[in-house]
Write a protein that binds this ligand. Sequence first.
Ligand code: KIV
Length: 252
Amino acid sequence: MLTAYDATTAAVVDEAGIDVVLVGDSMGNTELGYDSTLPVTVDDVSSRTAAVARATEDALVVADMPFLSFGVDEASSVENCGRMLKEADADAVKLECGPHTVGLTEKLVQLGIPVMAHVGLTPQRVKELGYSRQGTDRADAEEILDLALAHEAAGAFSVVLEHVPANLAAQVTEQTAIPTIGIGAGAECDGQVLVIDDVIGTSDRVPPFAARFGDVRSEMASAVEGFRDAVEGGEFPAEEHSRTVDELDDLY
Ligand code: KIV
């Protein structure tokens, strides 16, 4: 699984054969210039999901429900999650989970809205948890395992495990029948997810558990500088970029 937030990126991800495109609320940091995911709105995720869905042929498109768009009350949660399928053509929604999302997951699944659960580090709780690794003592680890099992029982089709010890992720993977998708959770998960900007090299800072597989930021900078230099140097636009119309030669 990889994130994408626009049609072009989604097409590249889909054509590469990645199974799932996540329209992550990480767009708050990567695309929208916020320093957390908290300001991201349902409209932000919905319009980005629609763009991604239009460009995706094979991959599953998952819309990541933003902070406070779910879990406050059932009716608004269902309405917001439903919008992702009805308006944006998502295949599923992802919820950052806690004990309060077990019943909601069951309700959404009953209504035909597939749910991907997300446990461990849940960045929407940044004010409470920071971005630190979760499940590092026995009690917390058992809570994460229990949460994954509870969401599986409630009907979630998959669970993301973020920034947890690899041996905890291995046990969650072992004890659940649904696919686990890890990010900073070791190699024993059924699948892996990263934020696309970290993978292609457009983000400023890459978390310690991610890896860069390209340097698109340098490529972008060199293209932009090339344009600037060509305009300043009078090389662009050249003859082949301009068209003239004879009868316009001597106006007035
Ligand atoms: O928002 C996001 O990109 C995510 C992934 C990191 C799992 O939730």
